[in-house]
Write a new protein. Structure first.
Length: 250
């Protein structure tokens, strides 16, 4: 496969090349997976969020409308004033302030509300692959953060003491980002196909580990996100989202 064929737009391909060429020691971008594996969630994430990232950097208002609708879909009554930034395969640094490993957000959205509150959406993207079951490099660090957050039940903390899979690490990373960067509205979100019952089960099991007052893990389908984008984008973006739908959904 030509490397460019894994991407829906030349600018997505160019951005992917830049990320590979400028990859730091903190990042985990897999060049082969990104450039060659059409069934991987990594290029899927780039194909979805790079155009939105670039549009946000140009201050195109439809990006705010898209994420406003996404928050409404997951029952969050937050009014977004503007999207501050969108990142892809984002590892906050220094790592020692976070989970002390290379846990990354597949996509990350920072926003500002009309009340001036800072919000953050940590997005885990799933397609054909399952949520990771591997433990982090530094189990003690993950447990310490979970304990400090005071959002887990006692049984949830005991579980994290022995096993800390991807869904837990992503949640911890988002909550730690919130604390360090003085955000008020953290939104943990998994995006997966509507038929993915394994993701539904994993989210349900994870949310059972949380106290009643904790920020719950949210779930939205790819199909619904595409519908939202199709409604909000200008005509010159229609081919991009149509091609995305044809490649991954239809």
């Amino acid at each position: 496969m030509s490397r460019s064929q894994n991407f829906l737009l030349p600018e997505i391909h160019q951005y992917a090349l830049q990320r590979i060429q400028n990859k730091t020691k903190d990042e985990t971008i897999d060049e082969y997976r990104l450039m060659n594996n059409m069934l991987s969630s990594m290029p899927m994430c780039f194909n979805m969020f790079v155009p939105l990232k670039m549009a946000a950097e140009r201050n195109e208002p439809f990006v705010t409308r898209i994420f406003q609708t996404i928050l409404r879909e997951i029952n969050l009554s937050v009014v977004i004033k503007r999207i501050c930034r969108i990142e892809i395969e984002y590892v906050p640094i220094p790592r020692s302030d976070y989970l002390n490993d290379k846990t990354a957000f597949d996509a990350f959205v920072e926003f500002l509300t009309v009340e001036g509150k800072k919000g953050c959406i940590g997005i885990e993207v799933k397609y054909t692959d399952a949520l990771g079951r591997n433990n982090p490099k530094d189990m003690d660090r993950s447990y310490d953060i979970a304990n400090q957050l005071e959002c887990f039940t006692l049984s949830g903390l005991r579980s994290i003491k022995s096993t800390c899979p991807q869904i837990v690490r992503n949640y911890l990373l988002l909550q730690q980002w919130k604390r360090i960067n003085y955000a008020q509205i953290p939104v943990p979100l998994v995006v997966a196909l509507s038929v993915d019952k394994d993701v539904d089960y994993d989210i349900s099991q994870f949310n059972n580990m949380l106290n009643d007052s904790a920020d719950k893990m949210k779930r939205l389908s790819w199909e619904r996100i595409i519908e939202i984008i199709q409604t909000e984008i200008p005509s010159y973006y229609k081919t991009w989202i149509s091609d995305f739908n044809k490649r991954y959904i239809i």
